[in-house]
Design a protein around this ligand. Structure first.
Ligand code: FAD
Ligand code: NAD
Length: 395
């Protein structure tokens, strides 16, 4: 048929928003839309630090995609993308092949290990439902093992990187440890949580007063910070930091940064840390029918610096991307993407958070309430009131 084919890769923040907007804006038979995702659920990445530490259930962090899109309008394909062939306009899946006229790439990022020896092999990362299940089970198992072999390193937990992911996870872990100590009859004084950060400060680039507040809260919860100390190597039983010091630990979680998906650079796009610098309409340079959004795109602010990869920008890009795909099909002018920064809120565990919203700083309980509102707003945007009631965390 002559109906244009739109293929969306990835049902994360960017991909879901694109799909939802397309299904709303496209007229009957105006285009065929296919959404490809590795799982039949969408996961709420911004919640994953909680199930990773075991302070919240997995089910609060995922939603069946069929509940978010209209399957009469969008074909959902549960499969893994293996390769994008831009010259042939084809996508190779693990179990098939798709052709497209318009391609939206929203496959999300991957952990960046900067070539640190042993990191890929021995550290765990917070990136999907399956990866956080692994962390939670591993942490619990260390307690069980400790009661049998008494190896002190089982009670040492290293989190590499004190960016937002590291800080949010370490906070949840600090909340969970007392619960595990009670459950497994372990003296809490024997447990050590180390958050190791290479930069001269935790949360580099964030408001210094709020960084200090965040660190104070976490120190009180039992976190030991090692700031200005790079991890040099990761071993099965610890990490080598700074000038060769070893921190013994059977648990290492790497939150040292993310990069673009390797599929993108394998496809031949020019990348920086795996990301493609897209044009003002979110298109890959040289391809007016390929859009790249979310963690795989590099978009520069008016001062010429790239925006950090966040769920917030991925969602906004999804909306603009859908408009531009529709515009292309209707042979109209595309719309420029303009990021509207709603602020940053970072959780510090139960009842604590820090935030900068509209230039205003917030901390403590108020910021923690704001974090819940931001989380619920997202559920509302993608799934309305029913999803808020089902997955929202009200307490
Ligand atoms: P993703 O949301 O990562 O989605 C990618 C999708 O593609 C996934 O569904 C994945 O399964 C699928 N996929 C990947 N590879 C394949 C393949 N080969 N084949 C098929 N499907 C595939 N940002 C904020 O703005 N606010 C926050 O509070 C916040 N908190 C965070 C907390 C944590 C613990 C973490 C790790 C990140 C947080 N972020 C936050 C960052 C945010 O989650 C990401 O920037 C955002 O998820 C990027 O969206 P995306 O659409 O690019 O990709
Ligand atoms: P990041 O790149 O922001 O932070 C990684 C940290 O690891 C940096 O501070 C870096 O200096 C440190 N690091 C790198 N190499 C190291 C080494 N060898 N040893 C020790 N430390 C090392 O990555 P992230 O925290 O995963 O965040 C990714 C993106 O997601 C960011 O854009 C962030 O803003 C966003 N995010 C936002 C929130 C929120 O808004 N609440 C939460 C999580 C993530």
């Amino acid at each position: 048929s002559n109906i244009p084919k739109i293929v969306i890769l990835g049902a994360g923040y960017g991909g879901i928003l694109t799909a939802q907007r397309l299904q709303k804006e496209l007229k009957y038979n105006e285009a065929d839309v296919t959404l490809v995702n590795r799982h039949d659920y969408h996961y709420i990445t911004t919640h994953l630090h909680m199930p990773a530490a075991g302070t919240d259930t997995i089910e609060h962090s995922r939603v069946p995609i069929s509940k978010l899109i209209d399957e009469f309008k969008i074909d959902l394909v549960k499969s893994t993308v293996k390769e994008i062939r831009v010259q042939e306009k084809k996508v190779i899946l693990e179990d098939g092949l798709l052709t497209y006229d318009y391609l939206v790439i929203g496959l999300g990022g991957e952990p960046e290990t900067f070539g640190i020896r042993g990191m890929k092999e021995h550290a765990m990362t917070i990136r999907s439902i399956n990866s956080v299940r692994m962390i939670r089970e591993h942490v619990e198992y260390q307690f069980a093992l400790y009661k049998n072999d008494r190896r002190e390193s089982r009670l040492n937990f290293v989190v590499g990187g004190a960016g937002f992911s590291g800080i949010e996870f370490v906070a949840e872990l600090a909340d969970r440890i007392p619960v595990l100590c009670r459950e497994f009859d372990v003296d809490p004084n024997r447990v050590n949580i180390y958050n190791v950060e290479a930069a001269p400060t935790a949360l580099p680039g964030f408001d210094p007063e709020l960084v200090e507040y965040a660190m104070d809260v976490l120190k009180r919860k039992g976190v030991t910070f090692r700031i200005g100390v790079p991890i040099k190597e990761c071993l099965p039983d610890g990490v080598i930091v700074g000038e060769g010091e070893k921190i013994q630990a059977q648990t290492i979680v790497w939150t040292g940064g993310i990069r673009g998906n390797h599929i993108i650079e394998d496809a031949g796009f020019e990348v920086m840390r795996g990301r493609v610098k897209v044009d003002e309409f979110l298109r890959a340079p040289g391809y007016d029918h390929i859009f790249i959004i979310g963690d795989n795109s590099l978009f520069f602010n008016p001062e010429g610096r790239p925006y950090p990869p966040t769920a917030q920008i991925a969602m906004q890009q999804g909306v603009t991307c859908a408009r531009n795909v529709v515009a292309a099909i209707r042979r109209r002018q595309p719309h420029k993407f303009v990021f509207s920064n709603k602020g940053t809120v970072a959780s510090l565990g139960k009842g604590e958070a820090v935030a900068v919203v509209g230039g205003r700083k917030m901390k403590g309980w108020t910021a923690a309430q704001l974090k819940k509102i931001v989380d619920m707003r997202y559920l509302f945007i993608i799934g309305g009131i029913p999803l808020v009631l089902k997955k929202g965390r009200f307490f």
